[in-house]
Design a protein around this ligand. Structure first.
Ligand code: HEM
Length: 464
């Protein structure tokens, strides 16, 4: 019997719920609705799960790691478990290619930028410390006021929609809050005009294609998908260059102006346009959908746990723990295949040969009962609430974690200020989107305002 409270739309999935290990498929159609049931089976029967032939080179395998202890060990040790990205960049550097040549060959601004700015683990640290930390790492705390303004102005856009409805009204939470908030925040940080968000969003959607439409644990795309993605990214580079040129002439208080001006101590020089464009691309790729899904799943957890929203309204000191617990229980990024074994290793008694690809299942590690008591309980008093690996951990922990945490806390702070309660609205027969991220693209919330009667439902409100 599973201890995971079945998701309201569990039964809509085209995939049958797994019962035995042989049924487990983390990557098939509709797998997302059964990920948590699959994790219970994997934790019990195959916590280090081999994917035959799933390695990076012919004849090598991949292993899905689901235990918190194994994943933290791996991500904390970049020598024993090197990053696939760093290995690939090293090969490009060995070929002696310039940023422009790498871009021409690989069609990726990020690859070109990373290869010249941070091809080694040491430069990776310096890149983060000098270039991104001041804006989306610890330095993100300076954005508090800007984020608060965006959160409230988004709520302003629908708070009066009730137009006489007796018990509040339905709001499509993704398009009216969870998606535009990180978009506006990121546009403000980078220094792009808010009115350009539809274009930035389209480029952002294209950039995440492998993680949504790629297949299997390696997020592989067909040549057609790659071609389509490249076509959809058309114009992005030129758009960034236009802004770089403008900001070189007339710097503002934003991240692109900073990148145009900064002296990168690690290489004792300034950044080129393509390097700046690669960093901007990484911010758009990493900083939009992830936080959107975190907010969306938090809203669902609140709908599934009646009374929690009111509890948080009454005691804001619990808000930080709510955000962390929600990210643990519904991690936006469930799994990434980004490390390999440099040597023969043994995890949970399973031999993992040198050269194996490791698929780190962060979503499973976060509900590992060897690490978290009653992992399926939303526990606002949980000790060590940030032990989850939603952002990974160790030296390569997500560089935008501080920004995302701040956005989530401010978002819910604003919603708690303006709304008395939320529950599922009508017409919520959605599935989570495909890929390795965990999020829905639609969520109707019924919003009850402070002067409306409080009557929380326990599940979806049936369509009338
Ligand atoms: C809830 C929101 C987020 C989640 C769950 C998340 C999760 C992750 C994870 C698991 C990694 C891989 C770390 C590793 O390899 O050990 C990562 C990397 C990354 N994240 Fe985030 N992230 C979030 C928000 C953000 C934001 C807001 C930004 C940008 C401002 C961002 C930018 C990046 C970048 C650029 C990388 C790649 C770093 C590298 O080159 O290795 N992320 N993120």
């Amino acid at each position: 019997m599973t201890s995971y409270a079945k998701h309201v739309n569990h039964d809509v999935s085209p995939m049958a719920c797994p019962v035995h290990l042989d049924d487990v498929d983390l990557f098939g159609d509709g797998a997302q609705e059964h990920w948590y049931e699959a994790y219970e089976i994997l934790h019990r029967d195959s916590p280090v799960h081999r994917i035959d032939g799933g390695g990076l080179t012919p004849g090598t395998d991949a292993f899905v790691l689901t235990k918190h202890a194994d994943i933290t060990q791996v991500v904390k040790d970049p020598v024993r478990f090197p990053s696939v990205t760093t290995m690939r960049l090293g090969k490009l550097v060995d070929q002696g290619l310039s940023g422009e040549e790498i871009y021409a060959a690989h069609n990726s601004l990020m690859t070109a930028s990373m290869a010249t700015l941070r091809p080694t683990q040491e430069l990776y640290f310096r890149h983060r410390k000098e270039l991104t930390d001041p804006w989306v790492g610890p330095g993100a705390l300076r954005h508090r006021e800007m984020i608060t303004q965006h959160a409230h102005s988004l709520i302003d856009e629908w708070i009066d929609d009730r137009s006489g409805a007796a018990r509040g009204f339905d709001v499509e939470f993704i398009s009216r809050f969870a998606r535009p908030l990180p978009q506006r925040v990121m546009a403000s940080i980078l220094g792009f005009p808010i009115e350009d968000i539809p274009r930035l969003a389209a480029w952002g959607d294209a950039a995440v294609t492998p993680f949504v439409h790629g297949s299997g644990h390696r997020h592989e795309m067909t040549p057609e998908q790659t071609e389509d993605m490249v076509a959809r990214l058309d114009g992005f580079q030129e758009y960034i260059y236009e802004h770089v040129t403008a900001k070189r002439d007339d710097p503002q208080d934003d991240m692109i102006s900073f990148l145009c001006d900064v002296h990168y101590e690690a290489l004792d020089r300034q950044l080129t346009d393509i390097e700046i464009a690669g960093i901007v691309h990484a911010m758009i790729l990493g900083g939009l959908e992830t936080t959107q899904y975190a907010l969306e799943e938090q809203a669902q957890l609140l709908c599934e746990h009646p009374g929690t929203f009111e509890q948080l309204r009454g005691d804001r000191s619990k808000l930080r723990n709510f955000v962390e617990e929600a990210m643990r229980m519904r991690s936006p990024t469930h799994g990434l295949s980004t490390r390999v074994t440099a040597h023969d290793e043994v995890f949970q008694g399973v031999d993992v040969p040198a050269g194996s690809l490791l698929h780190m299942r962060f979503g499973a590690a976060n509900v590992d009962d060897a690490e978290f008591d009653c992992p399926y309980d939303l526990d606002l008093d949980r000790a060590g609430v940030t032990r989850h690996v939603t952002f990974s951990t160790g030296p390569r922990v997500c560089p935008g974690a501080t920004l995302s945490r701040l956005e989530q806390q401010i978002a819910w702070g604003a919603l708690l200020d303006r709304v008395e309660a939320i529950e599922y609205g009508a017409d919520n027969d959605w599935l989570h989107q495909p890929g390795i991220m965990f999020g829905t693209l639609k969520l109707n919330l019924r919003v009850l305002l402070a002067d409306t009667p409080l009557s929380l439902g326990t599940g979806r409100v049936a369509s009338s």
